[in-house]
Ligand binder design. Structure first.
Ligand code: HEC
Length: 191
């Protein structure tokens, strides 16, 4: 009689058992393979989340802050005064529109600020200014009315100042500008 190793003999004696062992090893193999694939996938997912987080942190670090947006509002608001003085109404319309757009931008950057008494919601203040004081300036520009413009411009400037005070930055006092922010623009009307 041919002699087999005890192990093989056992297999031969119990064919079902050998099938079961074979299937079990296959299953173990599959599980190990899957575990390796999952681990690799998880590692690459973690790596991409990390790189996204790093990219967000980098973008945050180069994002202009609210103060920078305010300098852009002030740039347009200052030029607006000189455009209206020169009765260059299309230019004045451009500058009041840009003032409005940049005020919205400044609010998106920081919609609410921490002050000593808690949190100050800037958005409702800015919306009210847009609906009232900004609109009054835009109306005066559309009507090409110098007197109405001066009143509306001063009203808007005081409203801006009101928000600086509410934000505990009363030292950011505004005044009628003495020179336009942009020397490169010719303010005289294109007659
Ligand atoms: C809803 C509130 C709000 C309104 C409205 C507002 N500001 Fe401001 N402004 C601020 C805050 C808050 C700061 C300080 C931002 C900071 O410190 O990050 C600021 C800062 C400024 C600065 C200083 C920026 C700098 O870095 O030197 C100027 C200039 C300015 N605002 C002009 C204006 C003008 C002009 C208007 C109106 C057309 C206006 N602001 C409307 C809240 C407001």
């Amino acid at each position: 009689m041919q002699s087999y190793s005890p192990c093989i003999e056992t297999y031969l004696d119990h064919p079902m058992k050998s099938v079961r062992i074979f299937l079990q090893s296959m299953l173990a193999c599959c599980l190990m393979y899957n575990a390796t694939v999952f681990a690799a996938e998880r590692e690459s997912e973690e790596a991409s989340v990390e790189s996204l987080q790093a990219e967000i942190a980098r973008l945050n670090s180069i994002m202009p802050g609210q103060a920078f947006a305010m300098t852009q509002i002030a740039y347009n608001f200052s030029n607006l005064w000189f455009a209206a003085q020169a009765e260059n109404w299309p230019l004045a319309k451009f500058y009041i529109d840009e003032t409005r757009v940049r005020l919205r931008w400044a609010m998106r950057i920081t919609p609410s600020r921490r002050i000593s008494s808690g949190q100050l919601d800037l958005l409702p203040i800015a919306s009210s200014i847009e609906d009232n004081q900004v609109k009054a300036v835009a109306d005066a520009v559309a009507a090409q009315d110098q007197t109405a413009f001066r009143t509306a411009y001063t009203g808007l400037m005081q409203a801006c100042q009101g928000c600086h005070e509410a934000s505990e930055k009363a030292f950011l006092r505004l005044q009628i500008p003495t020179a336009p922010a942009e020397p490169l623009i010719d303010f005289s009307p294109n007659l």
